[in-house]
Write a protein that binds this ligand. Structure first.
Ligand SMILES: Cc1cc2nc3c(=O)[nH]c(=O)nc-3n(C[C@H](O)[C@H](O)[C@H](O)COP(=O)(O)OP(=O)(O)OC[C@H]3O[C@@H](n4cnc5c(N)ncnc54)[C@H](O)[C@@H]3O)c2cc1C
Length: 415
């Protein structure tokens, strides 16, 4: 039995590094044995609780893997290493098929239309969001999600399954609830995780939450016998658009004066910004977290991302000029372009934003920068460049590449 761990997530890199250091000794056999247990009363001690930090790149996958493999062999840490690569796989999969994100966004809009027109649906949806369905386990997870901004992976699977097959609510509205409320809310892991439960991602194969499995992995905290749907027919979905090429990213021009564009996507600002970034470099901050959903993103999620961005500015204060904060609402594109022009920015450099709200914003910004004659340089991290092209099929095939990825890790900078 491990002592209870705190379930708070301070939005700064120091806290992220402390959590990583605290977790590393448990990343080997302990993780393999305990990772499936949903034990909030023990602060989810069986898992790392690193996801809000990795999702916002306050920690890089590279440094997490290097820390764990500094302590354990790849064989002993196999389960944990694989989980870290699940995130990379999902991100790569969506990057090769960005149309699936657009389909999901359309599905959220359709789901909201249905709430307005289908008798009883809104009341059922509200009860599910508030944790008032009468299914104890589901209601507890809904409340835990709201209170902490975190849910254990197994709880996410059970919750999604009950949402779709027992409560018979549109899956996109469940994914939207997660994206608005999870501190680690991630377009790829979340959308594709819900699609997987619904039987869309692996066509025909649904994930059915079973009462005995819940009782076992909550150590008897819940036992929803007789309350859950036994059948789970796959949900209909439009066909997956044809796969495109993996992005390659751009290289900054060392001769041009660099201005930085920071978003919530990547807080390891160091590496992309070195060339041409004579201090104090102008920096513009754009937080797209509020664009995760047509509904309001939860205040703790917005505050986490804002705190993470402030921490990045503090950590790099010696090399930065005053930050220009731009709110991602009407007129923001013009504001960024004016700021770049007035500040003599010769190129606007930003870490490559993977498919999601920040990438959607970049698509709006790129033509305006082009028209203003300011090159827009999106730098891809080596980890993403190595992994994403291999997300062509299922995880099984991707997984075979992990030994090669790990061999390359030795030569990679952590951030
Ligand atoms: C329906 C559903 C929705 C999800 N939504 C999100 C989301 O919005 N954001 C998000 O980050 N993850 C999501 N996940 C994946 C997973 O549940 C979380 O990454 C994990 O629970 C985070 O907790 P941890 O850091 O304590 O995990 P650990 O077990 O300690 O794992 C370590 C790291 O590996 C990665 N990881 C672990 N499991 C997965 C997984 N199944 N898929 C992808 N990466 C994984 C994460 O980076 C995590 O921090 C979702 C899963 C499901 C089934």
């Amino acid at each position: 039995m491990t002592d209870a761990l705190p379930l708070t997530f301070p939005p700064d890199r120091r806290a992220a590094l402390d959590r990583l250091a605290e977790f590393v000794p448990r990343a080997g056999r302990d993780y393999a044995a305990r990772r499936n247990y949903d034990l909030p009363q023990q602060g989810h001690a069986g898992v790392s609780r690193l996801s809000p930090y990795i999702r916002h790149r306050m920690l890089s996958e590279t440094e997490v893997l290097q820390a764990v493999l500094g302590r354990f062999s790849p064989a002993t840490a196999e389960k944990f290493v694989q989980e870290v690569y699940w995130r990379s796989y999902w991100k790569g999969w969506l990057e090769l098929r960005p149309g699936v994100w657009d389909q999901y966004r359309q599905g959220v809009r359709s789901g909201q239309d249905r709430l307005a027109t289908e008798a009883g649906l809104r009341a059922d949806w509200e009860a599910a969001c508030r944790g008032e369905t009468g299914i104890d386990c589901f209601d507890a997870w809904a409340r835990e999600l709201t209170a902490t901004g975190y849910l254990h992976n197994h709880a996410r699977m059970w919750f999604a399954s009950i949402w779709i097959f027992t409560l018979r609510l549109p899956w996109e509205l469940g994914a939207d609830l997660f994206l608005r409320q999870l501190l680690d809310g991630d377009p790829a892991s979340n959308t594709l995780g819900w699609r997987w439960v619904a039987g869309i991602q692996t066509p025909g194969k649904t994930y059915v939450a079973r009462a005995d499995n819940i009782a076992r992995y909550t150590e008897g905290r819940f036992d929803p016998r007789g309350q859950l749907a036994g059948r789970a027919d796959p949900v209909d979905s439009p066909p997956v658009p044809a796969r495109g090429p993996a992005p390659t990213g751009d290289t900054p021009d060392p001769e041009r004066r660099t201005g930085w564009l920071l978003t919530e996507e990547d807080q390891l600002a160091g590496f992309p910004f070195l060339p041409g970034a004579e201090p104090p470099a102008p920096v513009c901050v754009l937080n797209c977290t509020g664009r995760r959903s047509p509904l309001e993103t939860s205040p703790p999620v917005t505050a986490f991302a804002a705190g993470a961005l402030e921490d990045t500015l503090d950590r790099h204060a010696a090399r930065l000029g005053p930050a220009q904060h731009v709110a991602a609402r009407t007129g923001w594109v013009e504001q960024v372009v004016d700021w770049a022009r007035d500040g003599g920015v010769g190129q606007l450099v930003t870490p490559y934003a993977p498919v999601g709200p920040a990438a959607d914003a970049m698509k709006e910004l790129a033509p305006a920068l082009d028209a203003a004659g300011v090159p827009f340089v999106r730098v891809l991290r080596p980890h993403d460049a190595a992994c994403w092209p291999h997300a062509t099929h299922g995880f099984f095939r991707f997984k075979e590449k992990i030994p090669g990825f790990l061999a390359a890790l030795k030569g990679l900078r952590a951030a």
